[in-house]
Ligand binder design. Structure first.
Ligand code: GAL
Length: 806
């Protein structure tokens, strides 16, 4: 009996340890916590003995620019967000157990802006000037184990300015991981998956696995790759065996068949994954995951784009990388919220402008169902601003472009490689050879997606990037008035509106009459006839001269099948590029949604056109001077008419005619209630009311979700509305609001979407702007419910509870 027990328990222990062993072959450690940070230059900080105890301790991702005060004098200038840049150092001290000896330990950085240099225990690991590129260093040869400590030091140099046409942020603003493997392991970005054939009956899959043997002896290996479906069930598996020489890389191809694959599309983004296990003498030494989606797509010179055989116009937006009040910090929840707001508008495609994105953005686009155009560069050899990436072009562009493709080529959402945005070389003959070279680099790593470039020159013989004949897909920025000439001038070419619109708006501000269209800049030498408070009308009536209003542009794209889709400049306002105004304007006016995430009215025009939801949106607010004639616009869909009533009296029914995208009434103002009713075949679809607001008396708090995870990362965005006694938003309220927070959260940002506000983003107060502001709460790791209170002089305070979970 005893003997039996012994055998049984040894067996159990064995199984248990096998399992543990299996689970823990590759250890990926979140390396974001407990860094020390100091602004300034500290060359001695590379030494392990350097004392940095008095530096600030913080968790990554971190952007020091967003913590600063605005000033026109900052070298990044208002175009770069008017925030400080400079040089700073980060250090992290850590220990490794003796069991890690003989392992391969690497550090992975998703992005450091800019020109990072990294040292481990005083040994120099390298420099990466490109602030958007992901990179890794092998630390193994320089580490200490047991009680001895290790120090990693990172210098970040964002002092060469200006180096960007928009806000870049400064610091280690994306995630950092420490990855431990055995000496035989899958190389960094070491898998590449393609799906050569897809039908509803069968999908074939090729997985290229690059193995790396860092030991001094050759090794025999077994590679087992298994495809799991979204329910985590195995649907195919392939085993291969081989030998790998010492200190070398070896590429293995594995081919699979999946019967009746679920296709990935933007409405049902069904994802599989491939788990690759590497065995050495039947001992698991590494495991690695690769995302997998079955989808096929095609660009056609006449019919545009199709996804899985279905004609699909890309209803896209361009997005810069900043996350408003969080600055450049790449936070999963912040990006998810941003994408969810876009999804709800009906967006199905994202152009990541104009640089490699965070990993989280692409993971979320896979999960949520967006078609993605990723983009490598905003400049090549010819600069746009003084200290642009052109300074590093010769030495770095090959490596950066390769790393960009290798990192992103497994995401099914990624369907286009853009090698540049409005590149200067399109205007001179050097454009031909550089384009050919870049396209070759991309194609050497991925032939399954078209290579494109966002162009502005639409005279074919003057565009040398086009003349290279190397592009698979022509991206044109703006030029909507010339679309009709494209099929003739670019015969047989596939075309997408890589960038469009560039309209300008401030949420909640309206200039009358709404029918007067303005362009910026106006005729030569004339000042922009703007507003003293640096606002731009939220009626869709102002755009940059190279662009168009939202309606002008969408009508042009919608009417032409050969335009595969459009990417509107931009989905969200972003920090920097505050056209049309000088400082104190410091963030852009181009967004369909403001910097705080509050939709401007035109959001609902797109929603009515792009989503399946029933939409009825009327604006502006209803607080005007008595007798003033006000243009009342309605965006609607799924109805034949809208009837408008003022204080119960009908102002008539209106229907969109031809290609109209809104209807309008000119209404002499009279305080009270404006009501709109949309009807289809006489049946009411939706009703909307706007009331004249009285004096502000109270606050309302609207969290975007009610539970936060206590993981130090999760965020809750709380919208703050200033209301009158009847719960109407007070449309011009600018009350100063203070926040108190207790329990499991802290304030990490405040905003109100006003492009010329000089209040800091990091504060526990914010003035409302046009009735609204925002406070962002982040988990502080405590498993305690969060109490948030908003207080404002003369208004009834408001508190809410946010639950915390683990
Ligand atoms: C485009 C450019 C964008 C942005 C935009 C503003 O020409 O590609 O990055 O600057 O203009 O309208």
């Amino acid at each position: 009996m005893k003997q039996w027990l012994l055998i049984l328990s040894s067996f159990l222990i064995l199984c248990f340890s096998c399992k543990q062993d299996e689970k823990r072959a590759r250890i990926v450690e979140d390396f974001n916590f407990n860094w020390q940070f100091q602004l300034g230059d500290f060359p001695k900080a590379v030494d392990s003995t350097f004392k940095s105890d008095d530096w600030r301790t913080l968790n990554l991702p971190h952007d020091w620019s967003i913590e600063g005060d605005f000033s026109e004098e900052h070298p990044a200038k208002p175009e770069g967000g008017a925030l400080p840049t400079g040089v700073a150092w980060y250090r992290k001290t850590f220990k490794l157990s003796e069991t890690n000896k003989n392992k391969i330990i690497s550090i992975e950085f998703d992005g450091v802006y800019r020109k990072s240099e990294v040292w481990i225990n005083g040994h120099y690991l390298g420099i990466r000037p490109n602030g958007y590129i992901s990179f890794a260093y092998d630390l193994s040869d320089h580490l200490n184990f047991g009680n001895a400590t290790n120090v990693i030091a990172v210098k970040v140099d964002n002092s060469e300015q200006p180096n960007s046409r928009w806000y870049s942020g400064s610091g280690i603003y994306r995630n950092v991981r420490l990855v431990t493997t055995e000496k035989l392991h899958v190389a960094h970005w070491g898998t590449y998956v393609t799906t050569p054939e897809i039908s509803t009956e069968k999908g074939t899959v090729n997985l290229e696995v690059t193995l790396q043997n860092d030991s001094e002896i050759k090794k025999q290996f077994k590679l087992v790759s298994t495809i799991l479906n979204a329910e985590n069930l195995e649907v195919a598996s392939v085993t291969s065996e081989g030998e790998i020489a010492k200190n070398s890389l070896a590429v293995n191809n594995q081919n699979f068949e999946v019967l009746n694959p679920n296709l990935w599309d933007t409405e049902n983004p069904y994802l599989y994954k491939i788990v690759t296990k590497v065995f050495e003498n039947d001992h698991l030494v590494d495991d690695y995951e690769t995302p997998l989606g079955f989808r096929f797509f095609n660009f056609d010179a006449e019919k545009g784009f199709s996804l899985n055989g279905k004609p699909t116009k890309m209803r896209g937006v361009c997005l810069h990388h900043d996350n408003g009040a969080l600055g450049a910090v790449a936070n999963y929840e912040a990006i998810k919220r941003k994408l969810q707001i876009m999804k709800d508008m009906g967006v199905n495609a994202i152009r990541v402008s104009h640089n490699p994105s965070s990993l989280e953005l692409l993971e979320l686009c896979d999960d949520m169902g967006f078609i993605v155009q990723v983009e490598a560069f905003d400049v090549w050899k010819k600069k746009k601003v003084k200290a642009d990436y052109n300074l590093y072009w010769d030495e770095w562009h090959e490596q950066d472009l390769k790393d960009f493709v290798k990192r992103d080529r497994n995401f099914p959402s990624v369907m286009m490689w853009s090698i540049g945005n409005e590149i200067r070389e399109q205007f001179d003959s050097t454009g031909v050879s550089i384009t050919k070279k870049l396209v070759n680099i991309v194609k050497s790593l991925d032939k399954t997606r078209p290579v494109t470039c966002a162009l502005t020159e639409n005279v074919p013989e003057k565009n040398f990037i086009y003349q290279s004949e190397a592009l698979d897909l022509l991206g044109f920025n703006y030029k909507h008035a010339d679309y009709d000439s494209f099929p003739k001038n670019f015969k047989g070419q596939k075309i997408i509106a890589s960038e469009s619109v560039s309209a300008l708006e401030t949420r909640g501000h309206y200039d009358l009459p709404s029918t007067e269209i303005k362009r910026w800049p106006p005729a030569h030498n004339q000042p922009f006839d703007g507003n003293d408070d640096l606002t731009v009308s939220a009626y869709d009536q102002v755009s940059a001269y190279w662009g168009a209003t939202h309606e002008e542009s969408w009508k042009a794209v919608k009417a032409r099948d050969y335009i595969a889709g459009t990417f509107i400049w931009t989905g969200f306002d972003y920090i920097g590029e505050p056209i049309p105004y000088p400082y104190p304007a410091r963030s852009s006016y181009f967004g369909i949604v403001d910097l705080a995430g509050f939709p401007k009215d035109v959001y609902y025009m797109y929603q009515s056109e792009w989503s399946k939801k029933d939409v009825l949106h009327i604006f502006p607010h209803w607080n005007w001077e008595a007798g003033q004639t006000v243009d009342v616009w309605a965006y609607y869909n799924n109805a034949d008419e809208v009837e408008l009533f003022l204080n119960g009296t009908s102002l008539g029914k209106k229907s969109k005619e031809n290609d109209d995208l809104h209807v309008m009434w000119q209404v002499p103002f009279e305080a009270g209630t404006l009501k709109a009713v949309s009807r289809k075949n006489g049946t009411t679809v939706l009703e909307k009311e706007i009331h004249t607001a009285f004096e502000a008396t109270k606050l309302e708090l609207e969290p975007h979700k009610t539970t936060i995870k206590n993981d130090y990362y999760d965020l809750v965005y709380v919208a703050v509305n200033v209301l009158d006694e009847g719960n109407n938003l007070v449309p011009n309220a600018d009350n100063l609001i203070e926040f108190e927070v207790s329990g499991g959260g802290k304030i990490v940002g405040v905003d109100n979407g006003y492009q010329a506000s000089l209040e800091p983003f990091k504060a526990n107060y914010r003035k409302a702007y046009n009735g609204k502001c925002l406070v962002i709460i982040q988990s502080n790791g405590k498993l305690e419910n969060i109490e948030l209170t908003a207080i404002s002089n003369g208004l009834t305070s408001k508190s809410i509870t946010i639950n915390t979970s683990n």
